[in-house]
Design a protein around this ligand. Sequence first.
Ligand code: ATP
Length: 208
Amino acid sequence: MEVAPSRPRRIGVFGGTFDPIHVGHLVAASEALHAYDLDQVVFVPAGRPWQKSSYTDAEDRFMMATLAIAAHPRFSASRIELDRRGPTYTVDTLEAMLEFWGDDTQVFLITGADAAAGIRTWHDPERLLRIAKVVAVTRKGSDLSAVRDAHELPGVEVLEMPLIDVSGTDVRARVRSGRPIDFLVPREVAHYIREHGLYAGTEEAARA
Ligand code: ATP
C-alpha cells in the first residue's frame, strides 16, 4: 500500500489584545484556516500589550478567548504570552512555539492588514519573516495604501475577508453606554462581560 507523504503541520498563530475577542477575530481566523489549509489556529492573547497603555486583566481576556473558541475543533488558545514576564515580542513568541512544535511545522502569523503594513517597526522583523509567513487580513476601514504596502512586503500575503465593522474599542464603548453587543461577540463572551462587570467602569471610560 502506498503511503501518502506527510506534509509539515500548518499552524496559524493569531495574536492580539482580544479585549474582548469578537466576531471580526473569529471570521478572520476561520478565513485563514480555510485559505491556507491550516491544521489549527492558536489564539494568543497578549500579556502586556506594549502598544497599548491600558487594557483589561490578561486572565479575563484569555478566558473570553477560550470561551469564544471552545466549540471550534481547530481553534485553541495559548497562555504563552500571559505566563512570560516582561514585555512579549511576537517574534519571541513564534520562536518559542516553533521550538515546542518542532521543525516539521509551518507557522502563519495572522494579523490585521494595518498592523502588517507597520511590520518594519515591530521587534526584529527580519527574524520574524524568516520563521513565519504573515497573513494580513483586510478589515473594514483598512487604509488602502497600508494594504498595498503590506502586499509589497516579502513574506506578507494579504487575505481578503468579509469586512466586519467591529473592534474591541467599539464593543467596550457599547457596553459602557448600555448598547447591545449581542452577535458582535459570542453569547458566552457577552455573558462573561456581564457577570464580571467588564468595561462598565470609569477606567474604561478613559480608554475607549
Ligand atoms: P482594539 O479596538 O481594542 O484596538 P481590535 O478589535 O483591533 O482591538 P485586537 O485584539 O487588537 O483587536 O486585534 C487583533 C488582530 O485582529 C489585529 O491584527 C487586528 O487588526 C485584527 N482585527 C481586529 N478586528 C478585526 C476585524 N473586524 N476584521 C479583521 N481583522 C480584525
